[in-house]
Design a protein. Structure first.
Length: 126
């Protein structure tokens, strides 16, 4: 099976030894996105704005892979404060329609660059 590197300049450049996403067959494995503005590579301010930025970053990478949020089958959400979970659900509702992807929400002690939220995803593109 061939692997293809997926990248988008509409999402933050990788800040380590990883790719924004890898496509293997019809499956796309997206790396975690934190709320960096892709133009400035700086964190956006405020939890809701950070959540929106993460979804926008994921959207850009999904589109670069030839997919969309409708193709996401699994979404992992990492939060430094689980009390923000209701806000994540609210923002997620702006981006997804049923059937929703399978999802995990995980509380973590810290995220890169002091982010409050990070997400990664798996897409299956038919």
């Amino acid at each position: 099976m061939s692997k293809t590197v997926i990248s988008s300049d509409k999402a933050p450049a990788a800040i380590g030894t990883y790719s924004q996403a890898i496509k293997a067959g019809n499956t796309v494995y997206m790396s975690g996105q934190i709320p960096l503005d892709p133009k400035t590579m700086e964190l956006v301010e405020g939890f809701e704005a950070q959540t929106v930025q993460v979804f926008e970053n994921l959207k850009a990478v999904a589109e670069a892979a030839g997919g969309s949020f409708k193709d996401i089958v699994k979404l992992n959400i990492f939060l430094t404060d689980l009390s923000h979970f209701a806000k994540v659900n609210e923002v997620m509702g702006r981006y997804f329609e049923q059937p929703y992807p399978a999802r995990a929400a995980i509380g973590v002690a810290a995220l890169p660059r002091g982010a409050a939220v990070e997400m990664d995803a798996i897409l299956v593109i038919e």
